[in-house]
Design a protein around this ligand. Structure first.
Ligand code: NAD
Ligand code: MG
Length: 394
């Protein structure tokens, strides 16, 4: 008798197809074209790579930001797909009745409406867009439940935790017998350089992650450890635990992708290469398994797995995230919005690296908390935090 292994026949909507997660997803689709079809794709303003994706995979529908983008894209296409526009277009693709699985891989707050729409429409959602969850965790989890959607975390740590939870677990449920969740953290590129003046770090240095190859914004977040802060908040919502039950441990080899500690002293974890195609393959095939085109981990080469505490003096992000998670949804929105603005300024050469976290801290102190019971309030809170940042940093 064999467990699992049913036939896969998936119509996939890929939101954020031109990004790093998008590229890894498409790489998997190339070798699994018999079981997963790209039904629709978005790629924002990267229109030439969007055209290349479209011409190769022939999705029936494509989302672009506006009418001028249609004029630019159309001559590059070798066929005539249905092209939809703007945020409404992304929502339409996510809710399309022909789609059964949505890869939510847009970067930042821009991915929120389409992710929420996929939840309301009861899709199986592979969720990479952690900022959407940080901004609207309660609302998104409620929509998942009300819509009968299935949320599968793509973020490698949360994917590892999901895989380490009991079979049949659905995100949003609490787990009997859980002691705490352990998020592993590479420590970023500056962990071993205590003498380094963080104010002098350039975008190129910050984007050179030791273990993972990723988009620029998340690479900066990894260097400030803001990424781990966002992931702490993400874990609270996904796995229905308070912030005090989520711990972060530095594990420079990034082999153990995170752990679940149970009340009886058992630690369960998922191990693998540092290649996002592994968690992506898990979320594309779930509840089955499919090949991820990656090299298997050679256990005999794992000689030294290290673990150390986070240096909270140098990198305040994780504790700031814990405060935000404890304060509630609007503080999490401020945490995310001010970080996004500060990272954009840093990448544009307009803000020193060490001030990213300081701005987030200042934002959390300056902005009063507000009730968030509907999505418009979450968006308004996000906009207010960005306006505050632009005014104060001008
Ligand atoms: P990326 O910057 O490489 O790609 C982002 C994608 O979003 C692109 O397709 C881009 O066109 C689209 N996009 C950007 N702004 C948009 C807007 N305003 N409207 C519509 N679309 C827009 O980012 P990435 O590294 O692929 O990350 C995507 C998401 O996955 C992020 O939320 C990130 O935190 C998360 N994530 C990424 C990794 C990774 O290894 N790259 C790991 C875990 C989680
Ligand atoms: Mg991660």
């Amino acid at each position: 008798m064999r467990y699992g292994g049913g036939f896969l026949s998936t119509q996939l909507c890929l939101l954020g197809g031109t990004g790093s997660i998008g590229a890894s997803t498409l790489d998997l689709l190339r070798t699994h074209s018999d079981s997963i079809r790209l039904h629709s794709v978005s790629g924002h303003r990267q229109l030439s790579s969007l055209a290349a994706i479209a011409n190769e995979f022939r999705p029936a529908r494509i989302a672009v930001p506006d009418a001028p983008s249609v004029d630019q894209l159309t001559p590059l296409l070798q066929y005539r797909p249905d092209i939809v526009l703007g945020e409404a277009g992304l929502v339409e693709l996510a809710q399309d009745p022909e789609v059964d699985r949505v890869m939510a891989a847009i970067m930042g707050a821009a991915g929120l409406p389409s992710t929420l729409a996929a939840a309301q429409a009861g899709k199986t959602i592979a969720l990479a867009n952690k900022e959407a969850l940080v901004m609207s965790g309660d609302l998104l989890m409620q929509a998942v439940q009300a819509g009968g959607a299935m949320l599968l975390p793509v973020d490698s740590e949360h994917n590892a935790i999901f895989q380490s939870l009991p079979t049949g677990y659905r995100c949003g449920q609490s787990v009997a017998g859980l002691a705490q969740l352990w998020l592993t953290c590479s420590g970023g590129p500056f962990r071993n350089q205590p003498e380094l003046d963080l104010s002098q770090i350039t975008p190129e240095q910050a984007c050179a992650h030791p273990n993972w190859s990723m988009g620029r914004k998340i690479s900066v977040d990894s260097a400030t450890l803001m990424n781990k802060g966002l992931e702490l908040i993400e874990a609270c919502y996904l796995f229905n635990v308070p912030a005090r039950q989520v711990q972060v441990v530095v594990h420079p080899q990034s082999v153990i992708h995170s752990l679940v500690e149970y009340r009886d002293g058992s630690f369960i974890s998922q191990l693998g290469q540092t290649d996002m195609r592994i968690p992506i393959a898990h979320t594309l095939a779930w509840p089955d398994r499919m090949a991820s085109n990656t090299q298997a981990l050679d256990l005999t080469q794992l000689q030294d797995l290290q673990f150390e505490p986070v240096d909270n003096e140098r990198f305040a992000s994780v504790e700031l995230a814990r405060q935000a998670a404890q304060a509630g949804q609007s503080a999490c929105i401020v945490f995310n919005a001010v970080n996004e603005c500060a990272v954009a300024d840093f990448l544009a050469g307009q803000l020193p690296f060490d001030q990213i976290t300081q701005w987030v801290d200042r934002g959390l102190q300056a902005l009063a908390s507000a009730p968030i019971t509907e999505i418009q309030q979450a968006i308004a809170c996000d906009v207010a935090a960005r306006e505050w940042y632009f005014k104060e940093s001008a």
